[in-house]
Design a protein around this ligand. Structure first.
Ligand code: SAM
Ligand code: SF4
Length: 335
């Protein structure tokens, strides 16, 4: 069966895809333990990756098919020399533009964000303790990132902080993270540790949504207010009564949110991935360079998206290394 022509980007389950995450690079100035393999990744020649104009050209094709929101991610998107030009090109498209970053270079991009109408910034912050944060990221940038988060707050950006919650690493900080939202307009998101190639995934290291909620309920009890989630939200959102900020849990491992999924990914080497967990990719960059049409390739890829987590429907499938290790490592997918 093939997709209907000239309909929104729908798959066989009727899910409409209007949100594209573009990875700008596989490189990063941090080495987070859950994302980047300890030995690093093999760097490939630049020619294999999208150039400035190619990012914009492929994004334009997705917009023709109904994409209305684009988030730039990576690797670390802001380390690309042409990150400013890419943002300036993309913000001419009729899309809501957003950025996920580790925060190190934010001060250099504040003006670009403002000029390009980029209001929504996601920053990874896995610990509020300097030593611990630097150990998780295998670098020493904690103070720079905290100072840059301050700049975003001062300028009233819509700020989400992300923490991958791991047992014995930062699970004792859940309440500290929530207290960080008390007087700050921050949405803190706690992510279940997910398996990707090379990240030595072991669910014994992860903390489930249920376990996180038990800790949170014990501390706050009736003060925990459930917020309304949109169908396409990947997180379940809450607020502590009276707090300025909010928090949420992303439970991709124990409770996937695939029913309302509206996301597509474009990797830095120009491949469309119809699901974060799928190892099925379609090359768009080569046909683009050959002057061929990519619209149908995009449609076909979306149409064949699996119902749940790239076909890994059960927790057993998802935990099986022979299945979950077929995918790329996170740094080269674009989270
Ligand atoms: N460098 C940027 C950053 O750190 O936000 C953008 C890319 S990063 C791959 C995007 C998100 O993926 C981060 O919030 C990170 O915490 C999350 N992530 C990476 N590996 C993960 C894993 N194994 N499990 C859960 N989340 C992960
Ligand atoms: Fe880099 Fe982000 Fe991955 Fe950390 S999570 S290694 S900052 S891409």
């Amino acid at each position: 069966m093939s997709p209907e022509p000239l309909t929104p980007l729908s798959d066989q389950f009727g899910r409409i895809h209007d949100y594209l995450r573009i990875s700008l690079t596989e490189r990063c100035n941090l080495r987070c333990v859950y994302c980047m393999p300890a030995e690093g990744i093999v760097l490939r020649p630049k020619s294999q990756f999208m150039k400035t104009g190619e990012v914009i050209a492929l994004a334009t094709e997705f917009v023709k098919l109904g994409v209305t929101k684009i988030r730039l991610t990576g690797g670390e998107p802001l380390i690309r020399n042409d990150a400013k030009e890419i943002m300036e090109g993309l913000c001419k498209l009729p899309v809501q533009l957003a950025v996920s970053t580790n925060g190190i270079l934010i001060d250099k991009f504040l003006e670009t964000f403002k000029n390009c109408n980029i209001h929504s910034i996601n920053v990874s912050l896995d610990s509020l303790k300097e030593d611990r944060f630097n150990a998780v990221t295998r670098r020493n940038d904690f103070n720079k990132i905290i100072s840059n988060i301050g700049l975003l707050l001062k300028d009233e950006f819509h700020l989400k902080l992300n923490a991958v919650i791991m047992k014995g690493v930062n699970d004792d900080e859940l309440i500290d993270f929530i207290e960080f939202t008390k007087d700050r307009n921050i949405h803190y998101r706690f992510i279940e540790f997910m398996p990707f190639n090379g990240n030595k995934w072991d669910w014994n290291k992860g903390l489930s949504y249920k376990a996180m909620m038990e800790i949170i309920m014990l501390a706050y009890n009736k003060k925990v207010v459930k917020l309304k989630d949109k169908k396409t939200d990947t997180a379940k959102a809450f607020q502590i009564d009276g707090y300025k900020g909010t928090f949420a849990i992303i439970s991709s491992v124990t409770n996937p949110f695939c029913d309302g999924c509206n996301r597509l990914r474009l990797t830095a080497d120009g491949k469309i991935k119809n699901c974060l967990f799928s190892n099925n990719e379609t090359d768009l960059l080569t046909p683009l360079r050959e002057g061929k049409d990519v619209l149908n390739l995009i449609r076909e890829s979306v149409w064949h998206k699996k119902r749940v987590r790239g076909g890994m429907e059960t927790f057993e499938d998802f935990s099986a290394p022979e299945l979950n290790q077929l995918n790329r490592n996170m740094i080269s997918i674009g989270g």
